[in-house]
Design a protein around this ligand. Structure first.
Ligand code: COA
Length: 425
């Protein structure tokens, strides 16, 4: 079976997390992703949060699978020459440098478009045009500026960031969609274009329902928020809603058997209207099926704390998996709170390739998240991340067509730094 993006060459000028998540997706779909890194240094994440001394960190390896690495000093004249040759050869340039850095390298859109009119230039920045456009931005800054932090956490606590990297990986996903859309557009326009994703915008897109609630506030309280049932007035902005469900069906995280010693012995439980009757039977409150104070979703809203306390008295008698089994028989929407340990050991996730074991020449075996997007006719095999500059010679020779003498000259100029030779694996 062929890969969906086979034949597409990506000049991957990304670092840290947001850009690399995007180019990793393109690589999984079969694009030839050529990661350009600074000689001797490389992507800063190679050395960040290192668990094994002098070995590429999991931070790096888990974001850079299926790519090739070339080291190139983009400020060295010979390095610039190689870079322009790469620009002419590739279909897409992806970058997430600080605002202005690409232009400071001499790589403006006008020059790139002139050199290769078919090239797509895809960029991640923290903010779009506006008062913060020149700021350097990391994950949590984007979560805060994109509306996630102000709407995450409990009403009476401080704003919270989430563990899901919606600022970095979320923006990488948006950018990848922009790139494949631009590639499709190119099939009939014949021309490349710019694809810009701001991390603030991507987070806001993922917080869409909270902007929905902001506008609903003008027409009365948000009745599905616990705060309504507790009689606490709403202010003028979407409040933090704890673990309330965002979809209008009351939901909470409830304790399960073992919660006293297991921090993840919890279940998410939704009291969806159509399954109210089986819920009443299961928790031993059959009278609530017809009691006017509980029988309809609207009547239940002021009693949600009491209702969930009663349901929790039931969930606390079962471990989260037992509770799932019982509730699923009645289509009662619920979900176990799974720890990362449980996820890492989940056989089904291993079978589908969502969790993959990868072998690495200096690290050995480690687990990673494979491609979560499954194409039926384009399998995504996960191969290890490249060592720094591992493919420098190969790219200069096979992709750019340099002769051995020219490669020696490039090496001599210092443009690619010391070329690392990799021992046979
Ligand atoms: N050869 C020579 N110089 C190189 C190079 C190479 N191969 N690769 C990078 N550099 C240089 C850049 O040109 C830049 O130099 P300049 O400032 O003189 O123009 C320098 O390295 C630093 O790049 P920068 O992007 O500013 O890195 P940083 O570590 O200071 O900032 C971020 C990191 C992530 C904050 C910043 O890149 C950023 O805001 N990116 C956009 C938003 C983003 O993606 N954030 C999420 C990260 S997960």
């Amino acid at each position: 079976m062929s890969k969906a993006l086979e034949g597409i060459k990506v000049l991957d000028f990304t670092h840290v997390q947001s850009g690399p998540t995007c180019t990793q997706l393109l690589a999984w779909f079969g694009a030839d992703v050529i990661k350009v890194e600074r000689p001797g240094v490389g992507d800063a994440t190679r050395g960040q949060l290192q668990d094994i001394p002098d070995v590429d960190s999991l931070y790096f390896t888990m974001l850079n699978h299926n790519k090739r690495s070339i080291t190139l000093d983009s400020k060295n004249p010979k390095g610039k020459e190689v870079l322009w040759r790469l620009i002419k050869e590739c279909d897409v340039l992806v970058e997430n440098f600080a605002p202005g850095a690409l232009a400071r390298m001499g790589l403006t859109w006008e020059k790139i478009h002139e050199a290769n009119p078919r090239m797509i230039l895809a960029s991640v920045k923290g903010f779009g045009p506006g008062r913060y456009e020149d700021c350097k931005v990391y994950e949590n800054v984007a979560q805060c500026a994109g509306g996630a932090a102000s709407t995450t956490g409990f009403r009476d606590g401080i704003p919270m960031v989430t563990g899901a990297q919606i600022g970095d990986s979320g923006t990488g996903l948006h950018l990848a969609l922009g790139i494949v859309t631009a590639l499709f557009h190119r099939t009939h326009s014949g021309l490349g274009q710019r694809v810009d994703c701001a991390m603030q915008d991507s987070v806001l897109n993922l917080c869409r329902v909270k902007l929905r609630d902001q506008q609903r506030l003008a027409h009365g309280p948000l009745r599905e928020y616990s705060q309504f049932g507790e009689g606490i007035p709403f202010g003028d902005a979407t409040p933090r809603a704890g673990n309330d469900s965002g979809g209008g069906q009351p939901g909470r995280i409830l304790k399960c058997k073992g919660w006293e010693h297991d921090p993840n012995a919890y279940i998410y439980f939704i009291t969806q209207g159509p399954v109210w009757e089986p819920i009443c039977d299961i928790i031993g409150e059959p009278g609530w099926k017809t009691d006017p104070n509980y029988a309809t979703p609207k009547a239940r809203l002021p009693h949600l704390n009491e209702i969930f306390t009663r349901i929790e008295a039931w969930t606390m008698k079962h471990d989260k998996f037992e509770a799932m089994d019982i509730l699923n028989k009645y289509d009662i929407p619920c979900g176990p709170i799974l720890s990362m340990k449980e996820i890492a050991e989940d056989e089904a996730l291993h079978r589908t390739g969502t969790i993959v074991e990868v072998d690495h020449p200096t690290r050995g075996k480690y687990l990673t998240v494979g491609n979560p997007i499954k194409l039926s006719a384009s399998p995504a095999d996960v191969t290890r991340s490249p060592l720094l500059g591992e493919h420098t010679d190969e790219i200069l020779r096979d992709v750019l067509g340099y002769s051995e003498a020219e490669i020696a000259e490039i090496e001599h100029s210092g443009a690619v730094g010391a070329v690392q030779k990799i021992a046979a694996e």
